[in-house]
Ligand binder design. Structure first.
Ligand SMILES: Cc1cc2nc3c(=O)[nH]c(=O)nc-3n(C[C@H](O)[C@H](O)[C@H](O)COP(=O)(O)OP(=O)(O)OC[C@H]3O[C@@H](n4cnc5c(N)ncnc54)[C@H](O)[C@@H]3O)c2cc1C
Length: 510
C-alpha cells in the first residue's frame, strides 16, 4: 500500500484533515488538481507587485477554532494580522464603524444614531449564548441530539427559550428590524448576514444574523501575504510530518476493491493505493469520481443553487479614497457598503428573475491597509464582492455580460469613492462561471451547496453522510464546504473528519 491516507483536493478543509492525520503518524498524500494549493483559500501575484486572493479573504470562523494552535501553524509560517475596526459601514454619507471592542462600538453608535448603541448592546447580550452554542455545534460531528442539547435546551437560548426559538426560526431581516430601528444601522448588519447566501426574507435564516456577536469574540484577521498563507502553512505542516502534497494532480477515479475504497487514478493514468481516502472536493466532484453503483440517489439530489456572488479584484495606483471617510480606518475592516435594505431586496429580486443585479451592495476589501506586502508601496489592492448573480442567466451568458456587470460594480463603488476607475492598474473579474472553471465551485456557489436549513447539520450534504463517512462504502471519507458545517474559512469540517477517520484507523489497527 502506498499511503495510509490519500486526500483528494487541496482545499483548506482537506489540508486541515491531512495535517491532523500526518501529525498522528499516518503516511499521508494530498492530490490537488490545480498548480496552486488551497482551492478557495489561495493567493497569487496576478498583477506584477499586487497579490490577489483567489477565493475567501476574511478569516473569521477559523479564529473561533483551536486549529491554528493544535496544528502549530505559526511554526509553519502563518501570521495573522488583526483587523480593527472589523467593519466600515456606510451608505455613502454617514459612515460608522464596528470595532473589536464592544463598548467603543456602542458608544460611537449611540452618539451618531441615538438609541442604536443601546440596541446593539442589547442584541449582543441577547444572542451571545446562542452564537456560542452554534459555534460548539459547528465544531462537533453533527447529531440532532447535540443540536437540541446545546442550542435549544442548553445555555444557547436561555430560560426564555420558547420565545427565542420563535425568533431563530424567522427571516433574519425581520429579527434585525426588531432590534434596529434606524435603517442606516440595520442595512449593513443585514448585508453582512447575507454573505452566507440566503436572502433576508428566508424563513429559518435568523442564525446568519444571530452569530454576529462572534465577530467581536474571534475578530477578523488576515494571514500576512494573503489568504493563501493559511493553506501554505498547512501544506508545510503536512510535509514536516512526512506527508506529501502533489500539485497539478487531478484525480480522475476513486478505485474500489472488495467493497472498499482502495486508491485513486490520476488523469494521467497513474494509480496510488491507500488504507483510506478523504475527498475534500465539491460533493458532485466526489460523485463524478465514483463508480455509478456507489452513489446513493440522495448524493445527486443536493441543491447547489444558481450562484450568488461575483468579485472584482483591482490593483490600484494610490489608495482608496472614501469621500465620507477619509481616514485609514475605513480601508482596514470589511466595507459594508449599502444604501438601504431595498438595494439588497432589489438585487435578490433581479437574481430570482435570472438577471444580474444592476445596482449591487458591496463588500469592499482593501487589505493592503494592514498588509503592505499585498501591493507596491503607496498602492492598494481593492476587492469588491457583490450579490446576487445567477450562474444561469435568463438572457445571454457570462462571457457576453461580464463587462456590463463589472461596470455596475465600479459604478456602485464610485458612489463611495469617486474617481476610483482612474486608479486601476490591473484587475481580475471572477464571475460565477470563472469560479466554477477555475476553482471547481459548481455553478459558482462559494459554499458548494446552498446553506439552507434543509442542507445543514445532519442533513449536509445529505442524510446518512453527515458523519464524514461515505454511506455504504468502507474507507471513503468526505470533508469540505459540502459537509457540516458548510462553507467559509473555518476548517471545522476537516478537523471533525480527521477525528472520525483517525478513530476508524485505530480500530482497524486493533
Ligand atoms: C470569491 C470568494 C470569496 C469568499 N470569501 C470568503 C470570506 O471572505 N470568508 C470566508 O470565510 N469564506 C469565504 N469564501 C468561502 C470559502 O473560501 C470556501 O467556502 C472554502 O474555502 C471552501 O473550502 P473547502 O475546504 O471546502 O475546499 P475548496 O476550496 O472548494 O477546495 C477543493 C479543492 O479540490 C480541488 N479539486 C477538485 N476536483 C479535484 C480532483 N478531481 N482532483 C484533485 N483535486 C480536485 C480543487 O481544485 C480545490 O483546490 C469565499 C469564496 C470565494 C470563492
Amino acid at each position: 500500500m502506498d499511503y495510509d491516507l490519500i486526500a483528494v483536493g487541496g482545499g483548506h478543509n482537506a489540508l486541515v484533515a491531512a495535517a491532523y492525520a500526518a501529525r498522528a503518524g499516518l503516511r499521508v498524500a494530498v492530490f490537488e488538481r490545480r498548480e496552486l494549493i488551497g482551492g478557495a483559500v489561495s493567493t497569487a501575484e496576478l498583477v506584477p507587485g499586487y497579490r490577489f486572493d483567489l477565493g475567501g479573504s476574511a478569516h473569521i470562523l477559523i479564529r473561533l477554532t483551536p486549529i491554528v494552535e493544535e496544528l502549530e501553524l505559526t511554526r509553519y509560517g502563518l501570521e495573522y494580522l488583526e483587523l480593527d475596526p472589523l467593519f466600515h459601514c456606510s451608505d455613502g454619507f454617514r459612515p460608522w464603524f464596528i470595532w473589536r471592542d464592544v463598548q467603543r462600538t456602542c458608544r460611537e453608535l449611540e452618539d451618531r444614531f441615538p438609541g442604536q448603541g443601546e440596541a446593539y448592546a442589547r442584541f449582543l447580550e441577547d444572542w451571545t449564548p446562542f452564537a456560542e452554542a452554534v459555534k460548539e455545534v459547528f465544531l462537533s460531528v453533527p447529531s440532532p441530539l447535540e443540536l437540541g442539547r446545546k442550542v435549544v435546551w442548553g445555555a444557547g437560548l436561555g430560560r426564555d427559550w420558547k420565545r427565542r426559538l420563535g425568533q431563530v426560526l424567522r427571516p433574519y431581516g425581520e429579527v434585525a428590524r426588531e432590534y434596529f430601528l434606524d435603517e442606516r444601522v440595520r442595512a449593513p448588519l443585514v448585508w453582512m448576514a447575507a454573505q452566507s447566501g440566503p436572502p433576508p426574507s428566508d424563513p429559518l435564516s435568523a442564525p446568519f444574523l444571530l452569530w454576529h456577536p462572534l465577530y467581536h469574540q474571534g475578530g477578523i484577521a488576515r494571514p500576512r501575504g494573503g489568504s493563501g498563507g493559511l493553506t501554505q502553512a498547512l501544506a508545510a505542516a503536512i510535509s514536516a510530518h512526512g506527508g506529501e502534497v502533489h500539485l497539478s494532480a487531478q484525480v480522475e477515479r476513486i478505485l474500489i476493491e472488495n467493497g472498499r475504497a482502495s486508491g485513486i487514478q490520476l488523469a494521467g493514468g497513474e494509480r496510488y493505493t491507500a488504507g483510506a481516502l478523504l475527498s475534500g472536493t465539491h460533493l458532485l466532484e466526489t460523485v463524478r469520481m465514483l463508480p455509478e453503483q456507489w452513489v446513493p440517489p440522495a448524493a445527486r439530489a443536493v441543491r447547489v443553487g444558481n450562484g450568488f456572488g461575483v468579485i472584482l479584484r483591482l490593483a490600484l495606483r494610490g489608495q482608496v479614497r472614501y469621500a465620507a471617510a477619509p481616514g485609514p480606518e475605513a480601508r482596514t475592516g470589511l466595507g459594508l457598503l449599502i444604501r438601504g435594505e431595498r438595494q439588497l431586496q432589489r438585487a435578490y429580486g433581479q437574481y430570482l428573475a435570472g438577471d444580474p443585479t444592476s445596482d449591487p451592495p458591496l463588500v469592499a476589501m482593501s487589505f493592503s491597509a494592514v498588509d503592505p506586502s499585498l501591493a507596491p508601496p503607496g498602492d492598494e489592492v481593492l476587492w469588491l464582492w457583490a450579490q446576487y448573480y445567477p450562474y444561469q442567466l435568463a438572457s445571454g451568458n457570462w462571457e457576453l455580460r461580464a463587462a456590463e456587470v463589472r461596470e455596475s460594480l465600479l459604478r456602485s463603488f464610485e458612489h463611495y469613492a469617486p474617481g476610483t476607475r482612474e486608479q486601476i492598474a490591473g484587475e481580475l473579474f471572477q464571475t460565477p462561471l470563472w469560479l466554477e472553471r477555475e476553482l471547481g465551485l459548481r455553478r459558482g456557489n462559494v459554499m458548494h451547496l446552498e446553506m439552507s436549513l434543509d442542507q445543514m447539520f445532519s442533513m449536509r450534504p445529505f442524510l446518512g453522510a453527515a458523519q464524514y463517512r461515505w454511506p455504504g462504502l468502507q474507507g471513503l471519507y468526505i470533508t469540505g464546504a459540502s459537509t457540516h458545517p458548510g462553507g467559509g474559512i473555518m476548517g471545522a469540517s476537516g478537523r471533525s473528519a480527521a477525528r472520525i477517520l483517525l478513530r476508524d484507523h485505530r480500530r482497524r489497527r486493533g
